[in-house]
Design a protein around this ligand. Structure first.
Ligand code: KG4
Ligand code: ZN
Length: 336
Protein backbone atom coordinates (compact mmCIF):
# COMPACT_ATOMS: atom_id res chain seq x y z
CA UNK A 1 0.00 0.00 0.00
CA UNK A 2 1.49 3.32 -1.04
CA UNK A 3 0.52 6.18 1.23
CA UNK A 4 -0.90 9.53 0.05
CA UNK A 5 1.25 12.46 1.22
CA UNK A 6 0.69 16.22 1.16
CA UNK A 7 2.78 17.12 -1.85
CA UNK A 8 3.88 20.72 -1.34
CA UNK A 9 6.38 22.01 1.23
CA UNK A 10 4.90 21.64 4.73
CA UNK A 11 5.94 23.49 7.88
CA UNK A 12 5.54 21.55 11.12
CA UNK A 13 5.78 22.91 14.67
CA UNK A 14 6.18 21.02 17.98
CA UNK A 15 6.19 22.67 21.44
CA UNK A 16 4.44 20.10 23.67
CA UNK A 17 7.11 19.86 26.37
CA UNK A 18 10.67 21.16 26.58
CA UNK A 19 11.84 21.31 22.96
CA UNK A 20 10.86 24.05 20.54
CA UNK A 21 11.02 22.49 17.10
CA UNK A 22 10.14 23.37 13.51
CA UNK A 23 10.62 21.26 10.40
CA UNK A 24 10.07 21.55 6.67
CA UNK A 25 9.05 18.43 4.75
CA UNK A 26 7.99 17.46 1.27
CA UNK A 27 5.97 14.27 1.72
CA UNK A 28 8.03 11.97 3.97
CA UNK A 29 11.25 13.74 2.99
CA UNK A 30 12.61 15.85 5.87
CA UNK A 31 14.33 18.98 4.49
CA UNK A 32 15.06 20.52 7.89
CA UNK A 33 14.34 19.67 11.52
CA UNK A 34 15.48 22.36 13.95
CA UNK A 35 15.28 21.64 17.68
CA UNK A 36 15.96 24.22 20.40
CA UNK A 37 16.20 22.27 23.63
CA UNK A 38 15.43 23.78 27.03
CA UNK A 39 17.28 20.96 28.81
CA UNK A 40 20.03 23.23 30.13
CA UNK A 41 17.48 25.53 31.74
CA UNK A 42 15.35 22.76 33.32
CA UNK A 43 18.44 20.92 34.56
CA UNK A 44 18.77 23.33 37.49
CA UNK A 45 15.34 22.20 38.75
CA UNK A 46 15.82 18.50 37.93
CA UNK A 47 12.72 18.42 35.70
CA UNK A 48 10.49 20.47 33.41
CA UNK A 49 8.92 23.56 35.01
CA UNK A 50 5.81 24.28 32.87
CA UNK A 51 5.72 28.06 33.27
CA UNK A 52 9.40 28.38 32.39
CA UNK A 53 8.89 26.05 29.42
CA UNK A 54 6.09 28.24 28.00
CA UNK A 55 8.17 31.39 28.29
CA UNK A 56 11.15 29.75 26.59
CA UNK A 57 8.90 28.53 23.74
CA UNK A 58 7.65 32.10 23.22
CA UNK A 59 11.24 33.30 22.84
CA UNK A 60 12.36 30.44 20.61
CA UNK A 61 9.42 29.71 18.34
CA UNK A 62 9.90 32.39 15.66
CA UNK A 63 13.72 32.05 15.39
CA UNK A 64 13.35 28.26 15.21
CA UNK A 65 10.76 28.56 12.41
CA UNK A 66 13.06 30.99 10.57
CA UNK A 67 15.98 28.61 10.94
CA UNK A 68 13.94 25.63 9.69
CA UNK A 69 12.98 27.61 6.56
CA UNK A 70 16.53 28.77 6.01
CA UNK A 71 18.01 25.25 6.39
CA UNK A 72 15.44 23.97 3.87
CA UNK A 73 16.39 26.86 1.53
CA UNK A 74 12.77 28.10 1.52
CA UNK A 75 10.86 31.26 2.25
CA UNK A 76 7.59 31.43 4.13
CA UNK A 77 5.90 32.06 0.75
CA UNK A 78 6.97 28.58 -0.41
CA UNK A 79 5.11 26.82 2.40
CA UNK A 80 1.78 25.26 1.33
CA UNK A 81 0.44 23.82 4.63
CA UNK A 82 1.00 23.71 8.38
CA UNK A 83 0.95 20.92 10.97
CA UNK A 84 1.21 21.51 14.70
CA UNK A 85 1.16 19.36 17.84
CA UNK A 86 -2.03 20.32 19.69
CA UNK A 87 -2.29 17.43 22.21
CA UNK A 88 -1.34 15.95 24.67
CA UNK A 89 1.27 17.96 26.58
CA UNK A 90 1.75 21.01 28.78
CA UNK A 91 -1.13 23.32 27.80
CA UNK A 92 0.91 26.51 28.10
CA UNK A 93 3.69 25.03 25.97
CA UNK A 94 1.30 23.59 23.37
CA UNK A 95 -0.50 26.94 23.10
CA UNK A 96 2.67 28.68 21.93
CA UNK A 97 3.13 26.37 18.94
CA UNK A 98 -0.59 26.21 18.16
CA UNK A 99 -0.89 30.01 18.23
CA UNK A 100 2.12 30.43 15.94
CA UNK A 101 0.74 27.84 13.50
CA UNK A 102 -2.74 29.36 13.51
CA UNK A 103 -1.38 32.86 12.96
CA UNK A 104 0.71 31.71 9.98
CA UNK A 105 -2.13 29.66 8.50
CA UNK A 106 -4.59 32.52 8.92
CA UNK A 107 -2.24 35.18 7.53
CA UNK A 108 -1.22 33.11 4.50
CA UNK A 109 -4.58 31.32 4.01
CA UNK A 110 -2.97 27.91 4.29
CA UNK A 111 -4.45 24.57 5.35
CA UNK A 112 -3.68 23.61 8.94
CA UNK A 113 -3.90 20.34 10.83
CA UNK A 114 -3.55 19.54 14.56
CA UNK A 115 -1.47 16.44 15.33
CA UNK A 116 -1.50 14.12 18.37
CA UNK A 117 2.05 14.02 19.77
CA UNK A 118 2.02 10.24 20.14
CA UNK A 119 0.87 9.76 16.55
CA UNK A 120 4.02 11.66 15.59
CA UNK A 121 6.19 9.21 17.56
CA UNK A 122 4.14 6.31 16.19
CA UNK A 123 4.69 7.23 12.53
CA UNK A 124 8.27 8.55 12.74
CA UNK A 125 9.63 5.22 11.41
CA UNK A 126 8.15 6.30 8.05
CA UNK A 127 11.14 8.65 7.79
CA UNK A 128 13.31 5.51 7.62
CA UNK A 129 10.98 3.75 5.16
CA UNK A 130 8.07 5.65 3.55
CA UNK A 131 6.86 2.32 2.10
CA UNK A 132 6.53 0.77 5.56
CA UNK A 133 3.82 -1.91 5.32
CA UNK A 134 0.57 -1.66 7.29
CA UNK A 135 -0.67 -3.21 9.51
CA UNK A 136 2.35 -3.43 11.79
CA UNK A 137 3.25 -3.53 15.45
CA UNK A 138 4.80 -0.41 17.02
CA UNK A 139 6.58 0.09 20.32
CA UNK A 140 6.41 3.73 21.46
CA UNK A 141 8.61 4.51 24.45
CA UNK A 142 9.04 8.06 25.72
CA UNK A 143 9.14 10.07 28.93
CA UNK A 144 5.36 9.96 29.16
CA UNK A 145 4.37 6.76 27.36
CA UNK A 146 5.13 3.07 27.02
CA UNK A 147 2.73 1.61 24.50
CA UNK A 148 2.57 -1.41 22.25
CA UNK A 149 0.32 -0.41 19.40
CA UNK A 150 -1.25 -2.28 16.51
CA UNK A 151 -1.21 0.20 13.63
CA UNK A 152 -3.79 -0.82 11.01
CA UNK A 153 -3.19 2.31 8.95
CA UNK A 154 -2.02 5.86 9.68
CA UNK A 155 -4.52 7.31 12.16
CA UNK A 156 -5.87 3.87 13.10
CA UNK A 157 -4.05 2.70 16.19
CA UNK A 158 -5.18 0.14 18.77
CA UNK A 159 -3.27 -0.08 22.04
CA UNK A 160 -2.29 -3.67 22.90
CA UNK A 161 -0.29 -2.92 26.03
CA UNK A 162 0.60 0.10 28.15
CA UNK A 163 2.28 0.88 31.44
CA UNK A 164 0.50 0.55 34.77
CA UNK A 165 2.72 3.17 36.39
CA UNK A 166 5.96 4.82 35.21
CA UNK A 167 6.84 5.13 31.51
CA UNK A 168 10.11 3.57 30.29
CA UNK A 169 11.68 7.03 29.94
CA UNK A 170 10.64 7.89 33.50
CA UNK A 171 12.34 4.70 34.71
CA UNK A 172 15.56 5.91 33.05
CA UNK A 173 15.10 9.45 34.40
CA UNK A 174 14.28 8.45 37.99
CA UNK A 175 17.05 5.84 38.06
CA UNK A 176 19.55 8.40 36.75
CA UNK A 177 18.52 10.88 39.42
CA UNK A 178 19.01 8.26 42.16
CA UNK A 179 22.44 7.41 40.75
CA UNK A 180 23.38 11.10 40.63
CA UNK A 181 23.56 11.18 36.84
CA UNK A 182 21.37 14.25 36.28
CA UNK A 183 18.48 15.08 33.97
CA UNK A 184 17.34 13.92 31.45
CA UNK A 185 18.43 10.47 32.48
CA UNK A 186 18.14 8.19 29.45
CA UNK A 187 21.17 9.38 27.52
CA UNK A 188 23.13 9.76 30.80
CA UNK A 189 22.40 6.13 31.78
CA UNK A 190 23.39 4.93 28.31
CA UNK A 191 26.68 6.82 28.56
CA UNK A 192 27.42 5.72 32.15
CA UNK A 193 26.56 2.09 31.29
CA UNK A 194 29.41 1.86 28.75
CA UNK A 195 31.84 -0.75 30.05
CA UNK A 196 29.58 -1.48 33.05
CA UNK A 197 28.59 -5.01 34.03
CA UNK A 198 24.81 -5.40 33.50
CA UNK A 199 24.79 -8.54 35.67
CA UNK A 200 26.46 -6.92 38.69
CA UNK A 201 23.28 -5.80 40.44
CA UNK A 202 20.11 -7.86 40.48
CA UNK A 203 17.20 -5.60 39.51
CA UNK A 204 13.68 -6.85 38.79
CA UNK A 205 12.73 -7.02 35.12
CA UNK A 206 9.30 -5.73 36.14
CA UNK A 207 7.24 -8.11 34.07
CA UNK A 208 3.86 -8.77 35.62
CA UNK A 209 2.34 -11.92 34.20
CA UNK A 210 0.07 -9.91 31.95
CA UNK A 211 0.50 -9.27 28.21
CA UNK A 212 -1.39 -5.95 28.37
CA UNK A 213 0.74 -4.08 30.88
CA UNK A 214 4.27 -2.91 31.52
CA UNK A 215 5.32 -1.82 35.01
CA UNK A 216 8.46 0.10 35.96
CA UNK A 217 7.80 1.52 39.42
CA UNK A 218 9.25 -1.57 41.17
CA UNK A 219 12.49 -0.95 39.34
CA UNK A 220 12.72 2.56 40.73
CA UNK A 221 12.21 1.20 44.25
CA UNK A 222 14.88 -1.43 43.66
CA UNK A 223 17.39 1.22 42.51
CA UNK A 224 16.54 3.30 45.59
CA UNK A 225 17.17 0.29 47.82
CA UNK A 226 20.44 -0.41 46.03
CA UNK A 227 21.63 3.17 46.52
CA UNK A 228 20.65 3.06 50.20
CA UNK A 229 22.20 -0.31 51.00
CA UNK A 230 25.31 -0.53 48.79
CA UNK A 231 28.19 1.42 50.27
CA UNK A 232 30.56 1.70 47.34
CA UNK A 233 28.14 1.54 44.47
CA UNK A 234 29.74 1.12 41.06
CA UNK A 235 27.80 3.62 38.96
CA UNK A 236 28.73 2.08 35.60
CA UNK A 237 27.59 -1.35 36.77
CA UNK A 238 24.40 0.09 38.30
CA UNK A 239 23.60 2.05 35.10
CA UNK A 240 24.26 -1.04 32.97
CA UNK A 241 22.07 -3.17 35.26
CA UNK A 242 19.24 -0.63 35.15
CA UNK A 243 19.44 -0.30 31.37
CA UNK A 244 19.44 -4.11 30.99
CA UNK A 245 16.36 -4.41 33.22
CA UNK A 246 14.38 -1.80 31.25
CA UNK A 247 15.47 -3.15 27.87
CA UNK A 248 14.76 -6.74 28.98
CA UNK A 249 11.21 -5.87 30.04
CA UNK A 250 10.51 -3.98 26.80
CA UNK A 251 11.96 -6.63 24.51
CA UNK A 252 10.28 -9.64 26.11
CA UNK A 253 6.78 -8.11 26.13
CA UNK A 254 7.21 -6.73 22.62
CA UNK A 255 8.41 -10.03 21.18
CA UNK A 256 5.54 -11.90 22.88
CA UNK A 257 3.17 -9.52 21.08
CA UNK A 258 5.03 -9.97 17.77
CA UNK A 259 4.47 -13.73 17.99
CA UNK A 260 0.90 -13.50 19.31
CA UNK A 261 -0.21 -10.99 16.65
CA UNK A 262 1.86 -12.65 13.92
CA UNK A 263 3.35 -9.26 13.09
CA UNK A 264 5.61 -9.10 10.02
CA UNK A 265 7.03 -5.69 10.87
CA UNK A 266 7.94 -3.96 14.13
CA UNK A 267 8.61 -0.23 14.42
CA UNK A 268 10.19 1.64 17.34
CA UNK A 269 9.68 5.31 18.23
CA UNK A 270 9.83 7.85 21.10
CA UNK A 271 12.74 9.29 23.07
CA UNK A 272 13.78 5.94 24.54
CA UNK A 273 14.06 4.57 20.97
CA UNK A 274 17.36 6.49 20.88
CA UNK A 275 18.75 3.90 23.31
CA UNK A 276 21.31 1.81 21.46
CA UNK A 277 21.01 -1.22 23.75
CA UNK A 278 17.25 -1.31 23.08
CA UNK A 279 17.74 -0.91 19.31
CA UNK A 280 20.33 -3.71 19.22
CA UNK A 281 18.27 -6.07 21.39
CA UNK A 282 15.11 -5.59 19.31
CA UNK A 283 17.04 -5.91 16.04
CA UNK A 284 18.52 -9.24 17.22
CA UNK A 285 15.18 -10.56 18.50
CA UNK A 286 13.40 -9.59 15.25
CA UNK A 287 16.14 -11.24 13.20
CA UNK A 288 15.60 -14.45 15.18
CA UNK A 289 11.83 -14.31 14.48
CA UNK A 290 12.24 -13.38 10.81
CA UNK A 291 10.43 -10.09 11.44
CA UNK A 292 11.38 -6.79 9.82
CA UNK A 293 12.53 -4.15 12.33
CA UNK A 294 12.24 -0.47 11.37
CA UNK A 295 13.45 1.83 14.16
CA UNK A 296 12.94 5.57 13.92
CA UNK A 297 16.10 7.33 12.62
CA UNK A 298 18.20 8.39 15.62
CA UNK A 299 17.64 12.12 15.07
CA UNK A 300 13.84 11.76 15.11
CA UNK A 301 13.45 9.76 18.37
CA UNK A 302 13.31 12.52 21.00
CA UNK A 303 10.73 15.26 20.52
CA UNK A 304 10.95 16.96 17.14
CA UNK A 305 8.71 18.64 14.55
CA UNK A 306 9.63 16.36 11.63
CA UNK A 307 7.58 13.50 13.11
CA UNK A 308 4.64 15.90 13.50
CA UNK A 309 5.09 16.85 9.84
CA UNK A 310 4.98 13.17 8.81
CA UNK A 311 1.73 12.50 10.70
CA UNK A 312 0.30 15.87 9.60
CA UNK A 313 1.18 15.35 5.93
CA UNK A 314 -0.80 12.09 5.86
CA UNK A 315 -3.80 13.70 7.58
CA UNK A 316 -3.75 16.72 5.24
CA UNK A 317 -3.62 14.40 2.22
CA UNK A 318 -6.76 12.68 3.59
CA UNK A 319 -8.50 16.08 3.54
CA UNK A 320 -8.35 16.81 7.27
CA UNK A 321 -8.36 20.53 8.13
CA UNK A 322 -8.36 22.48 11.39
CA UNK A 323 -9.80 25.97 11.69
CA UNK A 324 -8.68 28.99 13.66
CA UNK A 325 -10.55 27.49 16.66
CA UNK A 326 -8.03 24.59 16.91
CA UNK A 327 -7.61 23.92 20.63
CA UNK A 328 -4.91 22.29 22.77
CA UNK A 329 -5.40 19.54 25.37
CA UNK A 330 -3.27 18.25 28.25
CA UNK A 331 -4.65 14.72 27.98
CA UNK A 332 -5.94 12.96 24.91
CA UNK A 333 -6.24 9.33 23.79
CA UNK A 334 -4.26 8.30 20.74
CA UNK A 335 -6.44 8.56 17.60
CA UNK A 336 -7.74 5.18 16.54
O1 KG4 B 1 9.90 11.49 23.27
P1 KG4 B 1 10.61 12.32 24.27
O2 KG4 B 1 11.64 13.29 23.80
O3 KG4 B 1 9.59 13.15 25.12
C1 KG4 B 1 8.35 12.65 25.51
O4 KG4 B 1 7.41 12.67 24.68
O5 KG4 B 1 8.29 12.19 26.67
O6 KG4 B 1 11.25 11.31 25.32
C2 KG4 B 1 12.04 11.75 26.38
C3 KG4 B 1 12.51 10.54 27.14
C4 KG4 B 1 13.23 10.90 28.43
O7 KG4 B 1 12.68 10.13 29.49
C5 KG4 B 1 14.69 10.54 28.16
O8 KG4 B 1 15.39 10.12 29.31
C6 KG4 B 1 14.53 9.39 27.19
O9 KG4 B 1 13.45 9.78 26.36
N1 KG4 B 1 15.74 9.17 26.37
C7 KG4 B 1 16.47 8.04 26.42
C8 KG4 B 1 17.60 8.23 25.57
N2 KG4 B 1 17.48 9.48 25.01
C9 KG4 B 1 16.34 10.03 25.52
N3 KG4 B 1 16.30 6.91 27.13
C10 KG4 B 1 17.23 5.94 26.99
N4 KG4 B 1 18.33 6.06 26.20
C11 KG4 B 1 18.56 7.17 25.48
N5 KG4 B 1 19.63 7.28 24.70
ZN1 ZN C 1 7.55 12.82 22.86
Amino acid sequence: MSLAWWEGPLLAIETSCDETSAAVLIGPRVLSNVIASQVDMHQQWGGVVPEAASRAHVEAVLPVIQESLSQAAMRLEDITALAVTNRPGLVGALSVGATAAKALAFARKLPLVGVHHLEGHLLSSLAADPELPFPHLALVVSGGHTELVWVKAPGQAAILAETLDDAAGEAFDKGARLLGLGYPGGAAIQEAAKGGNPKRYRLPQAIPNDPHHFSFSGLKTAVLRLVETEENINVADAAASLQAAIVGALVSKTMDAVVREQAQTLTLGGGVAANLALREALAAACAREGVRFVPTPLGLCTDNAAMIGIAGSLRLAQGERAGIELDVAAVSPIPG
